[in-house]
Each structure stands twice: as structure tokens, then as C-alpha cells.
Design a protein around this ligand. Structure first.
Ligand SMILES: O=P(O)(O)OC[C@H]1O[C@](O)(CO)[C@@H](O)[C@@H]1O
Length: 556
């Protein structure tokens, strides 16, 4: 049996280690690592399929952008000198999640602007940003690869009405997108043209992560250097056992093929928000349905599980894999100790556990390395699963249904009755999972209330639980919900925030858009034959979730 790479610690259930070994042999025979680096699209299917060969620019982006770090830092200094105190990033999915991780990981850097990330159409979320920023001292970063994402363009229209001076705007986009024209028309301070061969969820180390990172004063040089080191370690080498990213991708793919497809992240401080980013990477990349010429339709996918409260070992089903991003030094917090203890118990109970470490002393470098390693491992897992990890075919469906609901002003579906909620949740044990999706302004208090609801469902049913804010999750786990195995049971929570928060140029406001997104997604899920219920949250969404938790406890 081959060894686990030395940067990882792993315990795999019986039979899986052998399967990983066999997979690594095939990888060596088929020259997978070298072919990935040669950007050979046949690693993931027939030659010439869309969104593969032109989605591999992330492989060497860190090395290509390192020489530009000085320019990005000089740009950040120019912005500071112009008196900017706040930077508001407007973007979705791959265009917002890496900046959100940088914001939460590094926090406010003295002398630099505060970074805010708006990836919501909730009117309260928009108002929350407005309340803490002054347009005269704010720079708005409009980030969209395609240049056509409705949430991002709506937010741009809203904030441009508050601050019509184009020098308060920066664009990050692909060459030739609609945003390039908008930026020229409105005289943006600068437009960063990203490498178009990089998809959203693989773009953390491109301008999409680096520009906001530089603006908030994060150590972007460290990020790039760390990613460069990880990329060098992922180049083709003779001893395949030391290729951590290959091993990880092979292991996750093989575990998933054996029913251990709930990739549960336990992440130590201060990297906890990494879960948000990796969730999109893994879910949108792997949750796919294949049309196989001989075997017909086959849905595969690895469900990433972030921020689930810790439970007792008995509360976890045999469909889990646990990955711990563990702090290697410094004073461990109570949470860090609890995660380490749980990992030991889980391994002893025969669960699949994998641990990798980071150091607060080299946080930027380690985070850069984690971004790259996760990307490479996901690409490898895509190869193991036999899917294209770079497209997102099912996201469009929900967008189309949103457009229809918006056009027709479709009314919301009725709320779930007790028996419907019970039916949804009581049968949620493995291999099912419960996805909670809340269309509400993000807040720590709401997160805490949701954690209790998740624990209540998991502890009563052994079901894996996930949580996403709408519409953010539509660009993340939304793909896997519809494209992956039909194991999801969906609980949609919708909060009606303030009406009248306008989107200039449109005949609908933010709340109407958000409502249409919720309606469109519920319809799409039901259209796929997936169980999905809706609950409207009353005026106080935190109190409403607490009440729902009590209600659910009574039903299970
Ligand atoms: O950067 P864009 O083009 O606005 O896209 C945002 C997100 O929307 C998606 O295309 C689809 O949900 C994601 O893959 C992407 O990260």
C-alpha cells in the first residue's frame, strides 16, 4: 500500500486505501498529472467539449501574477491616497467568495479601507452596506467574469445612482464583456481584464481575489508565493505518493464513489470562512449528471458541508468524509481543541478522516497553497468521477425560471404545513441530506440560529445538513442540488425585507428580484422531482428560525 503524502494525515475505511492506490496507478499509467499541466482537455472527456481547454488558466496564474503584485499594491496606495475609506465588492459566486474569505481571514488592516462584500439581492443586505459606507469615500469594485450577472449589475445600477462619479468604480471582468463597455461609458477608475481561461470558482488567485485583497491591505504577495509553492509541488514528479493534490483528488473521488460523498469540513480559526469558497469549488465542479452512452444517466457529486455544528460521533452517517484544516501552532481555541478531539474519535469509529495543517505565522502563504491544492484536487476528483469539473450546466435553469417568475410576477408557493415539513425531514437520513437555503440578509445572529436548526435535524435523523444564503448559494451548491445525486431534501426560508430599494433602469426592486429567485429555484427543484418546501420567515428572521427549530424538534 502506498503512503499518504506527508503534508496530510488520513484514516481511510477498509478497502478505500486500496482503491486510492489503484486509482493512483491508473493516474500514473494515463499520465494524468502531466496531461493536466499540458492543458489536455481529454482528461475530462472527449476532445473539444466546451468549457474545459479554455478553463485551465488557474494552473499557473499565481506565477504569472506574482510580478504584478507591486502594481496591484501601488494601485491600492493610489486608492488610499484618494481618501477611500471603504471598498464595496459587488459580485456573485466565484467573483465574491475569495474576497469574502480574505476579508474574514485577515480582518481590517490598519491604514487600509474596510472591505465589504455584497453578494445578495436582499434589500436589507443592500441597505446594511449603504448604512456603513459614505459614497464619497467609497470605491465600488464591480466583479463579474461574464459581465452579465443580474445580481451584480443590479447592485452596480443601485450604487451608481448614489455615486455617479466613475472614478469611484473599478471593474474586474473578462476582455470583451458587457462590463468593459459599461466601465468605459462611465469612466471607471480602472478595469482589470482577467485571463478569460479561468472560471469563477477557480479564480481566487487571479484579479478576482487579488484586487480586493490588495485594496484591503492583505498580503497578496504571500498568497501568490504560497500558491506558487503548492503549484510547483503539484507538477509531474516520479514519486506519485508525494503529490498531495493528486492523492486528495483521488481519495475524495474514490470515497464518493463508495457512498462517502458528504465532504464535511472542520476548519480552525482564523480560516473558518475558507469553507464558503471551497463549498462553491467542490459543489459546482462535481455535482453533475452524465449521459453515458452505455449506462444511461448517471448523477455524481461530492457535497461540501461547511459550518455544520459539531455533533456526537453517533450523529454522523456512513456517507461522510471529514477534512480538518488544523492550526499547527499558536494557542488553540476551545473550538480548535473540540475539532481535534472529534477527528480522533471519528477516525477511531472507522470514519474517513483527512487532516492538513496551516500556521497563523504564514497565513497568507498557507491560504494561497490551500486555494491551489483544493483547485487541483477538485480537477482530479472530476477526472475520477468522469465529469467536466469546469462547467455548471444546471445553474442556468434556475436563472431562466427566475426570469420567468420576474416577468410574470409569479406569486410564492404556500408555506409548508407540519405534515409536509415532517415528510421532508423525517426521511432525511443517509444518503439524503437536508439543504437549508435562506433568502435573508446575512448576519452572525442568523448563522447562530441556523446552526441550532441544523443540529436539531442532524441529531434526530443522522442527515447531513448544509446551509446557504440565497441567492449566493445558487452560484455554488445550487449546481449540485440539481445536477448531483438526487439525495437532497430542500428547505427554503424566505424573509420579506424592505420594499422600494430600487434597481434603476428596472421595473422591479431588490425584494421583487429576490422573491423571483426564490420562486424560480423552488420550481426548478420540484421540476427535478426533488422534495422542496418553503417557510416564510416573519418580521424577525432570527426569532423565526428559533421558532422553526422548536417546531421541527416537535415533528422529528
Ligand atoms: O463572475 P460572473 O460571470 O458574474 O459569475 C458569477 C458566478 O455565476 C456562475 O457563473 C454560475 O452560478 C458561477 O460559476 C460564477 O462564479
Amino acid at each position: 500500500m502506498t503512503a499518504v503524502p506527508e503534508t496530510l494525515t488520513a484514516h481511510l475505511p477498509d478497502g478505500v486505501a486500496e482503491a486510492v492506490d489503484a486509482r493512483l496507478l491508473v493516474a500514473a499509467e494515463d499520465d494524468i498529472v502531466a496531461r493536466i499541466w499540458r492543458r489536455d482537455d481529454t482528461v475530462w472527456g472527449p476532445a473539444g467539449q466546451p468549457e474545459v481547454a479554455d478553463r485551465l488558466g488557474w494552473l499557473d496564474i499565481a506565477d504569472r501574477l506574482l510580478p504584478e503584485a507591486d502594481d496591484l499594491i501601488a494601485f491600492a496606495d493610489e486608492v488610499r491616497d484618494a481618501g477611500i475609506l471603504d471598498v464595496v465588492l459587488l459580485g456573485m459566486g466565484g467573483s465574491s467568495l475569495a474576497p469574502e474569505v480574505l476579508r474574514r481571514t485577515f480582518g481590517f488592516q490598519a491604514g487600509y479601507p474596510h472591505l465589504h462584500v455584497l453578494d445578495s439581492t436582499d434589500a436589507q443586505a443592500v441597505l446594511d452596506v449603504e448604512a456603513v459606507t459614505d459614497p464619497d469615500t467609497t470605491l465600488y469594485v464591480v466583479a463579474t467574469k461574464s459581465g452579465g450577472t443580474i445580481e451584480t449589475l443590479s447592485a452596480f445600477a443601485h450604487f451608481h445612482a448614489l455615486q455617479p462619479d466613475g472614478t469611484h468604480f473599478v471593474a474586474i471582468t473578462d476582455p470583451g464583456s458587457k462590463l468593459v463597455d459599461l466601465a468605459t461609458e462611465h469612466g471607471f477608475r480602472r478595469t482589470f481584464l482577467n485571463d478569460p481561461d479561468i472560471g469563477g470558482r477557480y479564480s481566487a488567485l487571479s484579479y478576482f481575489g487579488l484586487v480586493p485583497g490588495a485594496l484591503m491591505g492583505a498580503n497578496i504577495r504571500g498568497l501568490l508565493q504560497g500558491a506558487g509553492i503548492a503549484a510547483a509541488a503539484a507538477r509531474p514528479i516520479d514519486t506519485r505518493v508525494e503529490h498531495a493534490a493528486l492523492w486528495l483528488g483521488a481519495a475524495l473521488g474514490e470515497l464518493s464513489a463508495r457512498g462517502r460523498d458528504k465532504l464535511t469540513f472542520l476548519i480552525d480559526e482564523p480560516l473558518q470562512s475558507f469553507g464558503l469558497w471551497v463549498e462553491q469549488l467542490v459543489a459546482e465542479s462535481t455535482g453533475k449528471t452524465n449521459e453515458h452512452p452505455e449506462h444511461g444517466e448517471n448523477a455524481v457529486g461530492i457535497l461540501p458541508v461547511a459550518d455544520e455544528p459539531l455533533g456526537a460521533v453517533a450523529g454522523y452517517g456512513q456517507d461522510r468524509v471529514f477534512v480538518h484544516l488544523e492550526r499547527s501552532d499558536g494557542e488553540p481555541s476551545e473550538g480548535d481543541l473540540a475539532r481535534a478531539a472529534l477527528m480522533t474519535e471519528l477516525a477511531a469509529a472507522g470514519h474517513a478522516t483527512i487532516t492538513t495543517r496551516f500556521s497563523p505565522a504564514s497565513l497568507a502563504e498557507d491560504l494561497g497553497g490551500l486555494f491551489f491544492t483544493a483547485e487541483f484536487a477538485t480537477a482530479v476528483a472530476g477526472w475520477v468521477l468522469g465529469i467536466n469539473p469546469f462547467d455548471q450546466p444546471n445553474v442556468q435553469e434556475a436563472k431562466d425560471n427566475t426570469a420567468k417568475a420576474l416577468e410574470a410576477r409569479t406569486p410564492a408557493q404556500p408555506d409548508a404545513h407540519d405534515h409536509e415539513l415532517q415528510e421532508l425531514l423525517a426521511a432525511a437520513g443517509p444518503p439524503s441530506y437536508v439543504a437549508i437555503m435562506a433568502y435573508v440578509a446575512p448576519s452572525e445572529q442568523f448563522d447562530a440560529a441556523i446552526a441550532e436548526l441544523r443540529a436539531a435535524i442532524r441529531d434526530a435523523t443522522q442527515a447531513t445538513t448544509t446551509f446557504g444564503y440565497g441567492p449566493r448559494f445558487l452560484h455554488s451548491t445550487g449546481q449540485l442540488h440539481k445536477g448531483g445525486p438526487k439525495h437532497g431534501r430542500f428547505l427554503q426560508l424566505v424573509h420579506g425585507a424592505a420594499a422600494g430599494v430600487e434597481i434603476p433602469g428596472q421595473d422591479y426592486d431588490f425584494e421583487t428580484l429576490k422573491a423571483a429567485q426564490a420562486i424560480g429555484d423552488l420550481e426548478t427543484l420540484r421540476h427535478h422531482g426533488l422534495p422542496a418546501e418553503r417557510v416564510t420567515l416573519g418580521e424577525d428572521p432570527v426569532a423565526a428560525v428559533k421558532h422553526l427549530t422548536t417546531r421541527v424538534q416537535g415533528l422529528l
